[in-house]
Design a protein around this ligand. Structure first.
Ligand SMILES: NC(=O)c1ccc[n+]([C@@H]2O[C@H](COP(=O)([O-])OP(=O)(O)OC[C@H]3O[C@@H](n4cnc5c(N)ncnc54)[C@H](O)[C@@H]3O)[C@@H](O)[C@H]2O)c1
Length: 333
């Protein structure tokens, strides 16, 4: 086993859970920290602290004896959640980020990776579906997503200040939408690919599902295996500035529905709901700098990544339906 000891915060969440598995498979000793354990599978972490990381003492305890920190914990969700909970999200995440950076400095951590988001990019560059892909330098002058995006942009700057003022070696990753098995797929915090997969799995061949907005908004989506490999490569690179981590395969949300329907083998109609938030009109990742720094970029196509994702979500939906049936039978008895 490598002697490097790693902390992954947010290890009870989607990306954190997969990252823990990836790092353990690479031979690292890994501690996870989160306010909850992973919902859908047991963690592979050697040690797991259930803790509220808004509390500075919990941050210090999590960092004890650790060499490298992947800080992924955040209060976050899809566009419905982040549009409705700005104060809570900005407050919770700021408390966690400051607590974790302070603990990392006090604990003499060698490297600290912060998970930022494409939500830091300015609105005025994302008003058309046929959008120009976003380069890292486009984030300033700033006009990010209110609440969640602004807090991410501020934390990116905090990482820079802690590096220059306190000598903490920081890395900053700007994720573009990530999807895959074991991600949140229901409850209001799920993102578009998971929400669409759940809706398609829940209806019959030939039925309709509701789609937020007119469905012509564009995005790019990165499969979880590319995501964890990219995070690891960025942590080990010499580049300290923010880096996009996403694919540049841009699709409309309507295309996404069609792709999921094809994977499911169903004909699916679309009922567009214009009253629902749809976020920016268009967003894509410019990977020039990522390619330059890593000599690598995400390569799993959406068509390929949606297959295991859909299979997993369809299985959850099926199991839930069976459990509901069993409850109904038990209640009738
Ligand atoms: N998934 C994406 O598409 C995406 C896109 C952009 C950025 N990101 C960022 O990547 C990181 C991981 O995202 P994810 O998709 O795995 O999200 P997730 O919600 O599945 O995981 C985040 C985890 O943070 C934990 N957390 C929240 N508040 C906490 C607290 N007070 N104390 C301890 N733990 C707390 C949650 O319990 C959760 O398990 C986040 O920082 C997120 O902002 C994700």
């Amino acid at each position: 086993m490598s002697r490097t000891r790693i902390l992954v915060t947010g290890a009870g969440g989607f990306i954190g859970h997969h990252l823990v598995r990836y790092l353990v498979q690479k031979g690292y000793w890994v501690r996870g920290a989160d306010q909850k354990r992973p919902e859908y599978a047991a963690t592979d972490a050697h040690d797991f602290q259930v803790a509220d990381l808004r509390d500075p003492a919990s941050c210090r305890a999590a960092v004890g004896g650790i060499d490298q920190v992947y800080h992924l914990a955040a209060d976050m969700g899809g566009i419905g959640y982040i549009s409705a909970q700005r104060a809570t999200i900005a407050r919770n995440n700021t408390l966690m980020n400051v607590g974790m950076l302070d603990a990392a400095v006090a604990g003499d951590v060698q490297r600290f990776l912060y998970s930022s988001s494409a939500c830091v990019y300015p609105h005025h560059l994302q008003t058309s579906a046929d959008v120009v892909a976003l380069r890292e330098d486009d984030a300033w002058p700033a006009q990010p997503e209110e609440g969640y995006g602004l807090e991410k942009l501020f934390a990116e700057k905090l990482c820079e200040y802690y590096r220059t003022d306190h000598g903490l070696e920081t890395r900053v990753v700007r994720f573009h939408n990530v999807y895959g098995p074991l991600g949140t797929y229901a409850g209001g915090r799920e993102k578009a690919p998971a929400a669409i997969a759940r809706k398609v799995a829940s209806v019959r061949d030939g039925d309709e599902i509701d789609v937020w907005g007119d469905g012509e908004q564009t995005r790019s989506f990165m499969y979880i295996d590319d995501c964890v490999e990219g995070i690891y490569r960025i942590m080990h690179s010499d580049y300290a500035g923010p880096l996009n981590l996403g694919t540049d395969e841009m699709v409309t949300v309507n295309d996404l529905v069609d792709l999921v329907a094809a994977v499911a083998g169903k004909r699916i109609g679309k009922q567009h709901d214009l009253s629902k938030p749809q976020g920016v009109r268009g967003r894509n990742s410019d990977n020039s700098r990522l390619r330059e720094v890593l000599k690598w970029e995400p390569r799993i196509s959406l068509k390929k990544g949606l297959q295991p994702t859909y299979r997993w979500i369809a299985k959850q939906v099926e199991e839930e339906a069976r459990a509901a049936e069993r409850r109904a039978v038990a209640a009738a008895d």
